[in-house]
Write a protein that binds this ligand. Structure first.
Ligand SMILES: [Zn+2]
Length: 442
């Protein structure tokens, strides 16, 4: 197949080098890039397009977007009648998310994953780190999600959210679901990471049990870290240690680990985390929605990898990246400092995702043909020097036009290649079931 008339944003030594031309793709790889001069009469004119060609018409092609912290299981939770207080983070969890996740059955899990996967494709997200919770339907839940990702041609790193909040038996099932999945169902497109909820809902016994498995199999963990003060205060009161100290004590922090949020941290926590190589994933929309506070971005050391996620709020980590830029500005950073934050996340994400998928593309010759066409035609010269200005103010503000993964077209000219009809009717049916179950629960 071929993508014609596009600005290819190749990655070379931590810089982006846009070149104009056509990309040839064969056997899932970029087999040739034919550079050519930008001729506006040809680029914007009618140009032949068959089923194996995408005419990008002067648009920009980049690596795909990556969502480093999603919750597929949250997707059907729309328009619910919420009983009980929503006045702080703990009550939001108790009266919405912990009431919802316990109701999920296998059909609802499948429908939630289908909805999230379709939304991800629309947002050019083809690599997803999902954090799944369905305490009463733990067994086999990760296989359901991986089947949906495979069916849609996406890659994922999956885990089950282990927690002690539902008692000993369900905590054990959570640990087991992680371990069974990690040992039996991962392959070149679906990877696993050990899922833990957060320090304040995990006792020492569960952390110890997870740690033994993680160290034996050389795994990372995916956990919420100090999203709200409650995590810090409860851990200190109950275990006489801050969450970072607890995780470090059990040997759970390493360079494959993902720490979602990382808002209420001390200087000492930063020093511990930077030694382990674990990464922060920032989810600004979710933090604003839950009013849990925001990290003091200028104080987060550069030595800690930084990534962007959505925390289940939406499927658009590009939006998170733009929000992070604006929040950095709002907190008083200069334009240069705020630009550098986005640039750091852009390259940190590539380094991190390669720990799970070493063949992640840089859009160079013979790389995997995973790419997205943004609905953005640069209105001014587009070069290595001014790429980030285009990225932050142009590209990140535009929708995705087309998506190619492993050389296959997942979306072309805003149309998803798969027939969505059956998915949509299943999503609708299961959404209604969950809505009724949730509203009639106490
Ligand atoms: Zn989360």
């Amino acid at each position: 197949m071929k993508i014609t008339n596009c600005w290819i944003c190749r990655i070379k030594n931590n810089t982006i080098e846009p070149v104009f031309g056509d990309i040839n793709i064969s056997d899932g790889r970029i087999s040739d890039v034919e550079e050519k001069p930008f001729d506006s009469t040809k680029v914007f004119g009618d140009s032949p397009e068959d089923k194996n060609t995408i005419n990008a018409g002067g648009r920009v092609v980049t690596i795909p977007n990556i969502n480093f912290h999603d919750h597929f299981y949250s997707r059907l939770a729309k328009g619910l009648t919420i009983k009980g207080k929503m006045d702080n983070f703990h009550n939001i969890l108790k009266n919405l998310w912990w009431k919802l996740d316990i109701l999920l059955d296998k059909e609802m899990i499948r429908a939630s994953a289908q909805m999230a996967a379709l939304e991800s494709i629309r947002n050019g997200v083809t690599y997803i780190f999902d954090h799944h919770s369905s305490p009463e339907s733990a067994s086999g839940s990760l296989k359901i999600i991986s089947d949906v990702l495979n069916e849609m041609g996406l890659r994922g790193v999956l885990c089950f959210e282990t927690t002690d909040r539902n008692g000993k038996a369900l905590a054990k099932e959570g640990l087991q679901e992680n371990e069974i999945f990690l040992q039996n169902y991962t392959d070149k497109n679906i990877k696993g990471i050990y899922g833990l909820h957060a320090s304040f809902t995990l006792n020492d016994e569960s952390l110890q049990s997870a740690a033994a498995f993680v160290s034996k199999h050389n795994l990372g963990i995916h956990i919420h870290l100090c999203e709200d003060k409650v995590d810090r205060d409860f851990s200190l009161k109950q275990y006489n240690k801050l969450p970072v100290e607890r995780l470090q004590h059990f040997g759970l922090l390493n360079e494959k680990s993902i720490l979602a949020h990382g808002i209420h941290l001390t200087e000492n926590d930063f020093r511990t985390i930077e030694k382990t190589g674990s990464a922060f994933v920032y989810n600004p929309d979710s933090n604003l929605n839950n009013a849990v506070g925001l990290p003091d971005f200028s104080h987060v050391p550069d030595s800690i990898p930084k990534l962007a996620g959505t925390d289940g709020m939406n499927s658009n980590p590009a939006r998170s990246l733009k929000q992070l830029f604006l929040l950095c500005r709002h907190e008083g950073m200069s334009f240069d400092q705020a630009f550098n934050w986005v640039i750091k996340i852009f390259f940190d994400q590539i380094n991190f995702v390669k720990k799970y998928f070493p063949d992640f593309t840089s859009l160079n010759l013979n790389d995997r043909a995973d790419l997205v066409v943004w609905d953005y035609i640069p209105p001014a010269p587009f070069t290595q020097e001014n790429f980030w200005g285009h990225y932050i103010y142009g590209i990140l503000e535009r929708p995705i036009h087309s998506v190619v993964q492993n050389g296959k077209i997942l979306m072309k000219n805003f149309h998803i290649s798969l027939d969505e009809t059956e998915y949509n009717s299943n999503i609708n049916e299961q959404g209604k079931r969950l809505y009724e179950k949730f509203n009639s629960s106490s």
